[in-house]
Design a protein around this ligand. Structure first.
Ligand SMILES: O=C(O)CCC(=O)C(=O)O
Length: 253
């Protein structure tokens, strides 16, 4: 469970980084599935950055009966995200960010609600949790955020490369007032962040991968209008706390 200080930090800053949410053994199991599992290969796509560098990710809408579903429905993520959101929520989508050594591209400054507004969500009442699968450092392109930017409201987003990027003059002004925080994160840590928190990451020019698993949730009061959106708007049944371990040798559907 998050402490009161951590909840208050999230309310103030729009993000909170929690170390040691998943054990080294759980991360080892997850990475084994990232590198060998058909699900990741099947869903991998590329959203090149402004310079044309490859920014690969594998995205899906289901929190299925597999090792990735076990993370997306983990009580360690779900119960804390519910607390930060202050209401029940449903699984929106999950994705593996594959920022590979030497070739992994950047992610432009954006708010996730910059994308999800277009999916018909009326409020920015969405939350993401980024689980570090490798140690994330400045050298390998860790996530960076603008603290407090979740309170700015939604900026206009346009296309930058094949990504959505926010109005650059407004982002520069926000950075001048609020600064930038690089979220260096040990493997196994979890970074919870608000749907309106500005975030970005730089290219990975290092010789170390920076892979991460991100699960995203939408408040049940914020189901998109017009039947659009991601995921199924049903409350999440949390998995047993040891569920990831049960995928140590098994195959994944
Ligand atoms: O993995 C990254 O560096 C960026 C992730 C991101 O921007 C997102 O999932 O919205």
């Amino acid at each position: 469970m998050l402490s009161l200080d951590q909840v208050q930090a999230y309310d103030r800053d729009g993000y909170v980084l929690v170390p040691e949410v998943f054990t080294p053994r759980e991360i080892e199991i997850l990475l084994a599935h990232v590198t060998t599992d058909g699900k990741v290969k099947q869903h991998t796509g590329d959203m090149p950055d402004a310079t044309g560098r490859s920014s690969k990710l594998a995205l899906w809408m289901d929190a299925g009966n597999d090792v990735f579903g076990a993370v997306s429905t983990s009580p360690r993520i779900v119960n804390n995200a519910r607390m930060l959101l202050r209401e029940d929520m449903y699984h929106w989508h999950s994705k593996v960010m594959l920022k590979e050594a030497r070739v992994g591209g950047a992610w432009e400054w954006h708010q996730d609600y910059g994308y999800w507004y277009g999916d018909g969500c009326l409020y920015p009442r969405l939350i993401s949790c980024m689980v570090a699968l490798d140690p994330a450092t400045r050298e390998n392109g860790c996530l960076k955020v603008i603290p407090g930017s979740h309170l700015l409201g939604r900026f206009d987003h346009g296309q930058v490369g094949q990504q959505s990027g926010a109005d650059q003059a407004r982002v520069a002004a926000a950075i001048e007032r609020l600064g930038v925080k690089y979220c260096e994160a040990p493997a196994g840590s979890a970074l919870f962040f608000h749907g309106n928190t500005f975030h970005a990451s730089e290219a990975n020019l290092s010789d170390k991968h920076r892979r991460a698993y991100i699960c995203c949730y939408n408040a049940l009061s914020n189901v998109p209008y017009g039947g659009k959106g991601h995921g199924k708007p049903v409350p999440i049944t949390t998995s047993p706390d040891d569920a990831i371990l049960s995928f140590a040798t098994g195959s994944v559907a």
